[in-house]
Design a protein around this ligand. Sequence first.
Ligand SMILES: Cc1cc2nc3c(=O)[nH]c(=O)nc-3n(C[C@H](O)[C@H](O)[C@H](O)COP(=O)(O)OP(=O)(O)OC[C@H]3O[C@@H](n4cnc5c(N)ncnc54)[C@H](O)[C@@H]3O)c2cc1C
Length: 371
Amino acid sequence: MWDVIIAGGGLAGLVNGIILAEAGIHTLLIEKKDYPSHKVCGEYISNEVRPFLERKGLFPYSFKPPEISYFTLSSVHGKTSKTALDLGGFGISRYNFDHFLYLKGREKGLDFLLNTQVNSVNFDNDGFEVGLSNGQLVRSRILIGAFGKKSKLDKVLDREFTRKEAGYIGVKYHVRYDFPNDEIALHNFEAGYCGISKVEGDVCNVCYLSTRRLLRKYGNIEEMEREVLYKNPFLKDIFNHAEFLFKEPKVINEVSFEPKNPVENHILMSGDAAGLITPLCGNGMAMAIHSAKLLSSLIIPYFNQKGQTRAQLEKEYTQLWNAQFRKRLWVGRNTQKLFGGTLASGIAVNTMRFLPFAAKSIIKSTHGKVF
Ligand SMILES: Cc1cc2nc3c(=O)[nH]c(=O)nc-3n(C[C@H](O)[C@H](O)[C@H](O)COP(=O)(O)OP(=O)(O)OC[C@H]3O[C@@H](n4cnc5c(N)ncnc54)[C@H](O)[C@@H]3O)c2cc1C
């Protein structure tokens, strides 16, 4: 019997696991893939998590991540506005960052089961029975759901958001392209937006959010890019002149920004499994790390101090999670409406140009305090 099982080893799962293992809690992390592997993500991390990562020895200095402090926005037809970011961030590929955290986890004594999927969860006798893709059943007192934005497990658990249409797709490339180290740009196109910023090794991440409707209309990714993304002159230039480093784009389907609950079926959800913020906010990774810090800090006294009930733990985590993240997700969902339309994206660019304080206030309300 494990104290804690973590389903999913992205940033939320890894950070939860590292903190719990450090505290001597007997923890198993189950990840369906292996490390290192690529993930669809813009790979810009907000500096709100930097002091925490530095304190815990989890900042990936060895990769010399570029520091990003300027933000450029372009409308569907390429009208731009640029602003300094109050907080800024850094760029690192998930390929290297997740692998770096995986090695840190092993150093701290965190146990891993890789290339294994959690297929089922059963809560009984005040504990969990977890069914795995290799046919094994494992048990734990606490189960952390860190299985990301979309997992088969969501359907198995019949989570409410899975009953609504998830209309977005995410596409990522790594490219070589002449782009400043200290900038992140977000270029609008019909029904979506595409980010570009540097990660380690002088490589650019190019990652966009589009819709399944648009993909269906054009039949394939390449055609959709040519017919839709290329209308923005910045994107046309990137796609025509960059050196593409992957053979194929990395793609995820059925992305949903519907609200979720931080605790479901007694599973304590962390990261995107608790709620996915729209990527334009550039802080889903920071939220995943922050939620893992909050959750693991509650689980440690649950094991060490005794006397606390499961109901109290669940209530406390729900309250903390809602206080920290629910409003940000709401602002992110509503700000996204200003993106991807010709008129709306023009208004967004003008707001940044002529009402910089209003734009900064929106950016601020989608971010948390530095911790
Ligand atoms: C297009 C796009 C661009 C983005 N750009 C940015 C950005 O620039 N900056 C930013 O901060 N955020 C960005 N985000 C959001 C960010 O990627 C996520 O918020 C972040 O990855 C959340 O981490 P996580 O650990 O919760 O989930 P993940 O990193 O997705 O990890 C979940 C893990 O669970 C595993 N898993 C799933 N199901 C199972 C199962 N049943 N059993 C075992 N393992 C399982 C998966 O293999 C995966 O490794 C973007 C998102 C999208 C869609």
